[in-house]
Design a protein around this ligand. Structure first.
Ligand SMILES: *[C@@H]1O[C@H](CO)[C@@H](O)[C@H](O)[C@H]1NC(C)=O
Ligand SMILES: *[C@@H]1O[C@H](CO)[C@@H](O)[C@H](O)[C@H]1NC(C)=O
Ligand SMILES: *[C@@H]1O[C@H](CO)[C@@H](O)[C@H](O)[C@H]1NC(C)=O
Ligand SMILES: *[C@@H]1O[C@H](CO)[C@@H](O)[C@H](O)[C@H]1NC(C)=O
Ligand SMILES: *[C@@H]1O[C@H](CO)[C@@H](O)[C@H](O)[C@H]1NC(C)=O
Ligand SMILES: [Ca+2]
Length: 349
């Protein structure tokens, strides 16, 4: 959900299996040609060709969608939401592709700040394998922070969950393009800004639950009981010194969702690691702590109020296993060169 800065795009290949690094390879030019600047914001299949397309925010004001192609460069900028389409002064903060109206065509949700600290949400509707740039909706309520896109009512259509003021959360359903707002949780939750909320199965019953980061630092988990979030419990321990962004995926393809947690062991993030928790297990195990690449020690970009540690998931090499995209910083370079790395998860026989 988070936008992040990117000066150069490098692809790092590693093999998970026994949790050790095996091969590294930079394929940026082959993939993007010279158009490798901007902020990688999301991945998704816009034109339903079963290939992952890349959503890039440029200069915080424009969205470029690079569609996957069979000839080099393998990603070509084909769809563009330019700044004249959006209200004057719009700063795009993130993009979440998804089918929000349930017509089986991918739509694009943009979050933005328009000369204000509140988050305004736009949705551009998908049409005929592209976006209908003349047909967008602006949600009728602004949010205090980034929304969480999740299927709240279990109808397989993503909904928009977020805080509309300091203590109340609402969910917006967009089925058939009708905006319907509803109170989300029946007790007040003071969401931390920025949040690292997630929609994950926390108790192993195959129903996704809500993991909310609230003021504290602490977490609240809302357990999904047949589309109904009724029980709440608070965990008051703070896991890491830096802010966190929990990501969830079925990493090893065993059909269970694994939880990934990017972690810094000190504020400056000189020592970084990625932890994994298997479903039903309380224990977080480190799956990657060696961030050395060609004699440079990389580390997560320290989280700040606009940007927690970043780990995005997607199947970038289309082998059916989810891979992770992380933004890392050269820890020995004070000028702070930031790179995006794709950690490819490769099945080891
Ligand atoms: C990014 O690339 C485009 C096209 O090559 C160029 O016009 C633009 O100035 C570049 N922006 C930055 C920040 O380098
Ligand atoms: C969909 O797009 C294709 C190519 O861009 C065009 O040939 C076709 O007429 C469009 N179909 C509709 C229903 O608009
Ligand atoms: C949301 O914020 C935008 C930009 O600040 C503003 O134009 C719009 O009126 C706001 N909407 C509501 C419902 O307050
Ligand atoms: C929320 O709703 C559930 C189910 O109706 C109820 O058991 C619970 O007490 C409610 N919580 C609050 C804070 O109202
Ligand atoms: C990281 O920074 C150090 C110190 O500035 C520099 O020597 C090294 O080349 C940098 N690594 C990369 C990959 O830029
Ligand atoms: Ca749609």
């Amino acid at each position: 959900m988070w936008a992040f800065k990117l000066n150069h795009l490098a692809f790092l290949v590693f093999i998970l299996g026994k949790y050790n690094t095996v091969a590294l390879q930079d394929v940026t030019a082959e993939l993007f040609g010279s158009a490798n600047n901007g902020t990688v914001a999301a991945f998704g299949d816009l034109n339903s060709d079963k290939q992952t397309d890349i959503f890039i925010i440029r200069e915080q004001t424009e969205l470029l969608i690079f569609l996957a192609d069979s000839t080099s460069p393998y990603f070509k900028p084909k769809v563009k939401i330019t700044k004249d389409i959006l209200p004057k002064g719009t700063v795009i903060t993130s993009v979440v592709p998804g089918d929000y109206d349930g017509d089986s065509q991918m739509d694009v949700l943009l979050t933005a700040q328009i000369s204000s600290s509140v988050t305004t949400v736009f949705i551009f509707w998908g049409n005929n394998q592209t976006l209908d740039l003349g047909d967008r909706v602006m949600l009728s309520k602004n949010l205090t922070d980034q929304p969480l896109v999740m299927d709240f009512n279990g109808d397989m259509i993503p909904d928009v969950f977020g805080a509309i003021d300091a203590s109340s959360t609402e969910v917006c359903f967009l089925t058939n393009r009708n905006q319907v707002w509803q109170k989300a949780l029946n007790s007040s939750v003071h969401m931390r800004i920025p949040h690292s909320n997630a929609f994950i199965d926390l108790n192993g019953d195959f129903a996704a639950d809500l993991f909310l980061t609230t003021d504290g630092p602490m977490f609240e988990t809302w357990i999904n009981k047949v589309h109904f979030y009724s029980s709440t419990q608070s965990i008051t321990e703070s896991i890491v010194s830096c802010s966190l962004d929990v990501s969830v995926t079925d990493l090893d393809g065993d059909g269970y969702q694994d939880h990934l947690l990017p972690v810094c062991s000190e504020e400056s993030c000189k020592t970084s690691a990625i932890y994994l928790a298997k479903p039903g297990s309380e224990q977080w195990v480190s799956i990657l702590s060696d961030f050395n690449h060609k004699e440079t020690v990389w580390g997560f970009v320290p989280g700040n109020t606009n940007q927690p540690l970043v780990l995005h998931l997607g199947d970038y090499n289309l082998d059916g296993f989810p891979d992770a995209l992380v933004i890392l910083r050269n820890t020995s370079d004070s000028s702070g060169l930031e790179c995006a790395f794709v950690l490819l998860v490769v099945k080891v026989m």
